[in-house]
Design a protein around this ligand. Sequence first.
Ligand code: SAM
Length: 310
Amino acid sequence: MVHFDWKEFEKNMDEQYSHIPVMHQEIAEYLRLPVGGCCVDGTLGMGGHTRLLAQQVGPTGKIIAIDRDRQSLETAKKNLEPVADRIVFVQDDFRNIDRILDGLQIKSVDGVVLDLGISSFQLDNEQRGFSIKANGPLDMRMDQDSWFSAYDLINSLSEKELSLILKDYGQERWHNRIARRLVQERSLRPIETTKDLSDIVLKAIPSGQKWQKIHPATRTFQAFRIAVNRELESLDIALERIVPYVKPQGRICVISFHSLEDRIVKNKFRSFAESGEINLVSKKPLLVSSQEEQVNPRSRSARLRVAERL
Ligand SMILES: C[S@@+](CC[C@H](N)C(=O)[O-])C[C@H]1O[C@@H](n2cnc3c(N)ncnc32)[C@H](O)[C@@H]1O
């Protein structure tokens, strides 16, 4: 197994934006990249996994590091300066993976990593509108050049459409009540901030439901984030497109954080396995170790699925 020099890694990270890569030991172990290999990191974030992969492939290898988020890309570039010689940075949606690889004239890769969702860098910046805990504009776009934000969806979709988003992407039990309340409130004034949204959710749900382990608006935030970024669609398309580019015995590692993502990975892997294109390395998803959970509580819900190309 590759030794990951964590201290050396952290020394080179931008302190303010350091991001602990989830399940880094498992990624190193299961991906088993060869020296001189080529790998796609579809979710660069702060560069935690990319750095690990860059160490594995060494100076003769290549990592294609993709993120939709321009700010993340700039920060990751700084974090990864010591290994930048072997990284190609790309600002794009990972659903375009085939076009990206074709453009770089890369015919096949030894591995792929997707660490889904958003990073602490995005979550902790209140101006990005992802967090329930801090008040900020209702944005939630990973790609800040994309043309609609959570504000646009929440203030313009019909009650039925809002309800469907909450049900399908948030698995929110009170989807009808929350959608109705959103429409009532926005008829008085636009819903502009993350605090407006969480206050409306609290008003919409029955009073006995207000004290839960997680904030009652968590599912609403998840739902709108998924809708704004069309996250599930991107994941489905990316998995479909990437498999043909992976070399025999190359591996695909996907870390998901909720059941909607995990179900897509499970079903896609299963259908590729049925058609004889991949082997499932682990039948069940791998979970975070208790030691990692203690150091990084945000990793708690991570699930890793690994497939090998036949
Ligand atoms: C959980 S973070 C990844 C953290 C990263 N592995 C690290 O170690 O720093 C997910 C990142 O993927 C990006 N992302 C999510 N969906 C994407 C997509 N469809 N295309 C490109 N980037 C995406 C997000 O902008 C975010 O920066």
